[in-house]
Design a binder for this molecule. Structure first.
Ligand code: 3HC
Ligand code: NAI
Length: 708
């Protein structure tokens, strides 16, 4: 039998244990091992029942996702197909009890459902998360789940992909019993109870499949939700079709339909992109010169300096994760304002059902407001979130380094300023790091961690680990103006504005990029963030602007008119009392007037040109960042854009998208723009090189790793 699967016996109960760390994925060898064990059991009359359990920290977290790339590129080794194994288990002559701890996800839940019974510890989770990888369950999940849990629950789990906890799984009849205490002992006891009883096969249970009248509204509502919440993604709709097939077709035919839809999804660009994202989110945690074993600095309490938009949000992030937080402001009115915003945000979370009042009360009690540095000597980390001014930041760092213990992590939330210059104000620059949260900090998943010249590996490693505890995806970036995300966002926003100047309407620019998949168009995003924020930054960096280089002209003028966006009720759009954007003919008129005075000719612009201009601008700047080493890998840039800028997951991030389109094509388009619009479109040397070599950004990363 394969090393990955063991068969033992305990007083008439056969125990199959899967040992394929870390998550017992169904990699080649595992299905074969299980099948061999079942075969032996079926021929052994001393066995009365079977328990199948996962060794280590979990049951089975699904098919081995690494295998999917091999299948689509024709390099898979073959082996026992999962659906065939599941039929074999279901046909076993002894009752098979699946014992679940950790997670039973995807193929893991499909495996569990092929057993005759399921028991689980209360903390276990079960789910069909395949849609998050752009695929659907491919081993009967869409056919067996509705037979156990009913159509509505199955549709929800297969189309949305969120796992549920064991107590809910018990209510939904996915699990038959919860086991408190030792799982194996409980499962063996359960197996003795059911030994000798007829073993129910899930595939033969049709009583929960409903009638067309009952199911019709379930499917139509699910499709509507999927189109809205998972816009442009094909897998959720395919998952719903497959569950619908379970209600209309015999089990075998339903499975065939599921296999066909699974294959269509698996070979799609969307699935390749989403699988790239899955591995990318784990890859970004790996920093070549900061090994996993780097000692961590214990962080048990924090202080935040500044309770404005960001400071308040960051305080909530830490409090939500259970950290006591000292929150410092300059004066009582500012502190009161900050606390009032925090309370308002929590109240709205309670109203929306995200948090309970008790949870919120506990979090609020963790946040201790202060107007001085008392208590700072006891905290393990300080996050500075004062105004974006170098002089002020230096002053604050000079103060906190004096009041804090040696070894306290001193982090700045600056969005553009030089971390090394900030660190120069602290006598311990090795403790200084950038932790760039995104707004709203308590909602956005991205955390750019900015490495200064002197930042110690311990501080980097601790912040990366801490991010996970805070529920954030951390990406380590280098210290350049705007770091990675905002540096790329500059050219993207620049092009959006140029397109308006050249004749595209504000709505057309936003619609083209929204249809491409961005969460919001760039001009609506600017209105949300506040046009005054970037106006202030532009003035701060005025000295860096090269003479003779075209700059967008409209936003400055809108700001001069007091149109700062949503906060003033008008910006690129005007806003009603519900903050709904309404196209503003006055803006269109003003733009026409201003561009005519600047001798810019307007013309018809297609949606395709809008997308190409904006996305190519992102990619070109991304290539420079990658070449200069401000991002460790192309995937780091992708993860930043997916989690901080609303880039569509199913395109995999800007660099992956460029790889998918083909770098030669992207490079040629950028050369056209270079010819038409001049210097600002100069192609990044790395992009040119890769295009000429016929390579991708992903290959560039692989080549770099090989030579490191
Ligand atoms: N296949 C291959 N590798 C996997 C894997 C899988 N199904 N699940 C996790 N891994 C790897 C991760 O890449 C990571 O590798 P690394 O250490 O080299 O970076 C390692 O296992 C540990 O994973 P995490 O860091 O994510 O560990 P956590 O404890 O934070 O999370 C988890 C564990 C909740 C199981 C999470 O890994 C997860 O969600 N995994 C994916 C589950 C999933 O999507 N299953 C469905 C697969 S598709 C399928 O089953 C199709 C079927 O219908 C035929
Ligand atoms: P803000 O203006 O909302 O808040 C700044 C707060 O700092 C004010 O309440 C001010 O009273 C307080 N402050 C000033 N000096 C202080 C001192 N010495 N001690 C204690 N408090 C002091 O600013 P915002 O938007 O929260 O920005 C803070 C930082 O976060 C800036 O560096 C900004 O660039 C960065 N950032 C902002 C984002 C945004 O979208 N607003 C996004 C990401 C980063």
């Amino acid at each position: 039998m394969s090393d990955l699967v063991q068969l033992t016996r305990d007083n008439g109960i056969a125990i199959i244990t899967i040992n394929n760390p870390p998550v017992n994925a169904l990699s080649p060898g595992v299905p074969e091992g299980i099948a061999e064990a079942i075969e032996q059991i079926d021929h052994d009359d001393t066995v009365k029942a079977v328990v199948l359990i996962g060794g280590g920290r979990t049951f089975v977290a699904g098919a081995d996702i690494k295998e999917f790339g091999k299948i689509t590129s024709g390099k898979a080794r073959g082996g026992l197909e999962l659906p065939a194994l599941l039929l074999r288990i279901e046909d076993c002559r002894r009752p098979v009890v699946m014992a679940i701890h950790g997670t039973a996800l995807g193929g893991g839940l499909e495996l569990a459902m092929a057993g005759h019974y399921r028991v689980a510890v209360p903390s276990a989770q079960v789910g069909q998360p395949e849609v998050k990888l752009g695929i659907i369950p491919g081993a009967g999940g869409t056919q067996r789940l509705p037979r156990l849990a009913g159509v509505a629950k199955a549709v929800e789990m297969c189309a949305e992909g969120n796992p549920i906890l064991a107590p809910e799984a018990l209510k939904s009849a996915i699990v038959d019993r919860l086991i408190e205490g030792d799982l194996l002992a409980g499962a063996v006891a359960f197996a003795h109870e059911v030994a000798g009883r007829p073993a129910p096969k899930t595939r033969e249970r049709n009583d929960k499949l409903g009638t067309p009248e009952q199911n019709g509204p379930i499917f139509s509502t699910a499709r509507e939700t999927a189109r809205k919440k998972q816009r442009n993604i094909i897998a959720p709709l395919a998952a719903i079709d497959a569950v619908e097939a379970a209600t209309r077709l015999p089990f075998e035919e339903g499975c065939q339909m599921e296999r066909r839809l699974f294959a269509e999804c698996l070979f799609s660009d969307q699935s390749k992109a989403l699988i790239h994202v899955f591995f990318g989110e784990r890859e970004v945690a790996k920093i070549p010169d900061v090994p996993k074993e780097t000692p961590l600095i214990p962080v048990k309490s924090v202080a935040i300096v500044g309770a404005g938009t960001m400071g308040g949000g960051i305080a909530m992030v830490f409090a939500n994760a259970g950290f006591p937080v000292l929150l410092k402001e300059v004066d009582q009115p500012a502190l009161d304002r900050g606390l009032a915003t925090i309370r308002k945000n929590y109240a709205s979370s309670v109203k929306r059902g995200r948090f309970t009042q008790q949870f919120v009360d506990e979090r609020l009690s963790l946040i201790k407001p202060t107007l001085n540095y008392e208590g700072f000597a006891a905290v393990d980390m300080v996050v500075e979130a004062v105004f974006e001014s170098m002089a002020l930041k230096k002053q604050v760092f000079g103060e906190i380094v004096r009041v804090c213990r040696t070894g306290t992590i001193l982090a700045s939330n600056t969005s553009t300023l030089d971390i090394d210059e900030i660190a120069s104000a602290a006598s311990r620059p090795e403790c200084v790091i950038g932790t760039h949260f995104f707004s709203p900090a308590n909602v956005m998943r991205l955390l750019e961690i900015v490495r200064g010249k002197a930042t110690s590996k311990e501080v980097i490693s601790t912040c990366m680990q801490l991010a996970k505890k805070l529920g954030k995806v951390a990406v380590l970036v280098g210290n350049c103006v705007g770091f990675v995300g905002n540096r790329m966002f500059g050219p993207y926003r620049r092009e959006a504005q140029f397109l308006v100047e050249e004749g595209a309407s504000v709505e057309a620019v936003d619609k083209a990029l929204y249809d491409f998949g961005m969460a919001m168009g760039p001009l609506a995003t600017a209105d949300l963030a506040g046009l005054d924020v970037s106006w202030r930054i532009r003035r701060e960096y005025q000295h860096l602007q090269k003479p003779g280089v075209r700059r967008p002209l409209v936003e400055d003028r809108l700001c001069e008119l007091g149109r700062f966006g949503q906060k003033t009720g008008a910006g690129w759009y005007k806003y009603d009392e519900n903050r709904r954007a309404i196209p503003d003919p006055e803006v269109a008129e003003l733009v026409r007037k201003w561009v005519a005075a600047a001798s810019i000719t307007q013309r018809q612009i297609t949606a395709e040109e809008i997308v190409d201009r904006c996305i190519c601008a992102l990619v070109n700047e991304g290539a420079r960042i990658l070449e200069d080493g401000y991002a460790l890998r192309a995937v780091d840039i992708d993860i930043i854009y997916l989690n901080g800028y609303g880039f569509p997951t199913y395109h995999g991030g800007p660099m992956w998208y460029a790889d998918t389109v083909g770098l030669k094509k992207v490079y040629n388009r950028i050369c056209e723009f270079h010819k038409q619009h001049g210097q600002i479109w100069e192609p990044a040397p790395l992009l040119r090189q890769l295009a000429e070599q016929g390579k991708t950004f992903a290959e560039f990363t692989r080549d770099q790793r090989a030579t490191a």
